[in-house]
Design a protein around this ligand. Structure first.
Ligand code: AKG
Ligand code: FE2
Length: 285
């Protein structure tokens, strides 16, 4: 996905002028890493600017490929899989973005209980600004809250189901977030991966590294609207109680662009789990 990376013009110009001045690709990569770029990111960016495949980049560098590549999730396989005794049905599969619609991911009773546990703690949802700070954002008008890892037996059960289904340890997950949207509320089109070009990138990824996949679980069925749209591929996933949409991405994967469409009638409750390439926090039990 190297061609999809948003690269600042100054950085592009610097890479071109440095290589034109006779410095090797390995020197450029080293300098980028010294200024805080993640090794994998710098390789993608340099390959994109110099218009060469990452594999060709290896031939120009003496250093072996970076070893701190994080984990990746396993995409659930159709038609169904059993995670901790619970059967999940794969209703739709897509390869770009890597996406699965999962039916029966949560029981109706689990959806109801999760909403009840979240309700007293809702606050206006925030986004992460370019300095890595949480902020109120007009693009995201819903209310939300975070559970800590394993905070309640129910949260723990859901986290273990996710971990088994995607074959990734529970501690790679950010705390489960519950969001509540009322009519007119939405989440504008965005990527869940963090942009390596934004100033706060190092701070946001210091713990756990980059995000690699998301799971959006629908806790109710809005009367009208409120689906999750993937505008790059013309797909809208219907918000249906108990089902979920899973999608995985590389940094810069534009196909993973998605939006929580406005609720037209009724309300919408979701729980989101974002997964990181490295352990994000210690599980509490
Ligand atoms: O509300 C939705 O359908 C999408 C939510 C979302 O994109 C997120 O929580 O990152
Ligand atoms: Fe998202």
């Amino acid at each position: 996905m190297t061609s999809h990376l948003p690269i600042r013009p100054e950085l592009r110009e610097w890479i071109l002028s440095t290589t034109r001045a006779g410095h090797g690709v390995d020197t450029v990569l080293k300098m980028m890493q010294e200024t805080g770029y993640d090794p994998r990111q710098s390789r993608s960016i340099v390959a994109s600017v110099l218009n060469m495949p990452i594999s060709a980049l290896d031939a120009h560098t003496q250093a072996p490929a970076p070893k701190n590549q994080g984990r990746r999730t396993r995409h659930p396989e159709a038609p169904q899989m059993v995670a901790n005794g619970h059967t999940v049905h794969v209703g739709l599969s897509m390869e770009s973005p890597a996406l699965r619609v999962l039916n029966d991911f949560l029981l109706a009773e689990e959806c109801r209980a999760l909403i009840e546990q979240a309700k007293p703690r809702l606050q206006r949802a925030k986004t992460v600004d370019s300095a890595g700070k949480q902020q109120i954002d007009a693009r995201r008008t819903s209310e939300g809250m975070f559970f800590t890892i394993g905070e309640t037996p129910l949260v723990q059960r859901i986290e273990q189901r996710i971990a088994t289904m995607l074959s990734i340890p529970v501690d790679h997950g950010e705390g489960l977030q519950v969001l509540h949207y009322l009519p007119g509320q939405q989440y504008d089109a965005h990527y869940d991966w963090f942009n390596p070009e934004q100033p706060g990138f190092a701070a946001i990824t210091a713990k756990g590294g980059q995000r690699i996949a998301s799971l959006v679980m629908y806790l109710n069925t809005p009367e009208e609207g409120g689906g999750t749209a993937f505008p790059e591929v013309g797909l809208t996933v219907t918000a249906l109680r108990g089902s979920a949409v899973y999608f995985a991405y590389d940094t810069g994967d534009e196909a993973s662009l998605h939006a929580g469409l406005p609720v037209q009638k009724g309300e919408k409750w979701i729980a989101t789990k974002w997964l990181r390439e490295h352990p994000f926090q210690k599980a509490s039990r």
